[in-house]
Design a protein around this ligand. Structure first.
Ligand SMILES: Cc1cc2nc3c(=O)[nH]c(=O)nc-3n(C[C@H](O)[C@H](O)[C@H](O)COP(=O)(O)O)c2cc1C
Length: 214
């Protein structure tokens, strides 16, 4: 068993990452890495692990999709009444991790999370396919349910409530969050596990940078 894991070992061969080649603003640098990932990664380059912690400090992670990056931060959408929603209500600090396997790249982001305005969430919700809109109403995300059939019953009830061509309004318990970064790390895989890592920290004077050991 252990042997088969050992055989998965892969060497990373990439040009080195030099701080002087990176933008002083990590959001700008993120945009550059993201644009390359859209070209080079085969699937969902906007998938990211969102890490939250509950009131006891117990962490949990799950994938979500980055839906927008603005001057203030990273936007994703979810059910406010889910496990992650409860965590963020009590502890609005979170982390994001992007992993782009083809390029051997990782970006970590940490900071404070705020809810989007109702208007911003409405605007995004209106762009979702109707099936996803109905699903957002029907799913009490992260709660247990007996069967798939039972869930289909809930979906049918929502379909009746919003018969086509009526528009589906946004459920009040569904919307967006924005993570406003105060720390970001750019990681580039290198041979012999001697990886390059450049960390940005937000200070009162703006962003500062430092190199971290692999
Ligand atoms: C690639 C991928 C993307 C996902 N994107 C989202 C998303 O944008 N929003 C969301 O609520 N859940 C998304 N999910 C589902 C979450 O990982 C998770 O199952 C769900 O949000 C419940 O998490 P929670 O119980 O921690 O609140 C995604 C899952 C995967 C695998």
């Amino acid at each position: 068993m252990l042997e088969s894991f050992a055989r998965l070992r892969q060497e990373y061969q990439n040009p080195p990452l030099r701080a002087e080649d990176l933008d002083l603003d990590p959001l700008k640098e993120f945009e550059k890495w993201f644009a390359l990932s859209v070209e080079r990664e085969p699937l969902e380059p906007n998938a990211m692990t969102l890490v939250t912690a509950d009131e006891n400090g117990r962490p949990s992670g799950r994938m979500v999709l980055l839906k927008e990056l603005d001057d203030n931060g990273f936007v994703f959408f979810t059910n406010y009444d889910s496990n992650k929603g409860h965590d963020l209500e009590l502890n609005p600090q979170a982390g994001l991790v992007f992993y782009w396997a083809v390029q051997h790249r990782q970006i970590r982001v940490e900071g404070k999370v705020e809810k989007l305005s109702e208007g911003e969430s409405d605007t995004y919700f209106a762009t979702r396919p109707r099936g996803a809109q109905v699903g957002a109403w029907a799913s009490r995300q992260s709660r247990p349910i007996e069967s798939r059939d039972e869930f289909h019953g809930l979906l049918a009830a929502i379909e009746e409530r919003f018969p086509e061509p009526e528009l589906v309004a946004r459920p009040p318990y569904w919307g967006g969050y924005r993570l406003i970064p105060d720390q970001m790390e750019f990681w580039q895989g290198q041979p012999c596990r001697l990886h390059d890592r450049i960390e940005y920290l937000k200070t009162d004077l703006g962003w500062s940078r430092r190199r971290l050991m692999p």
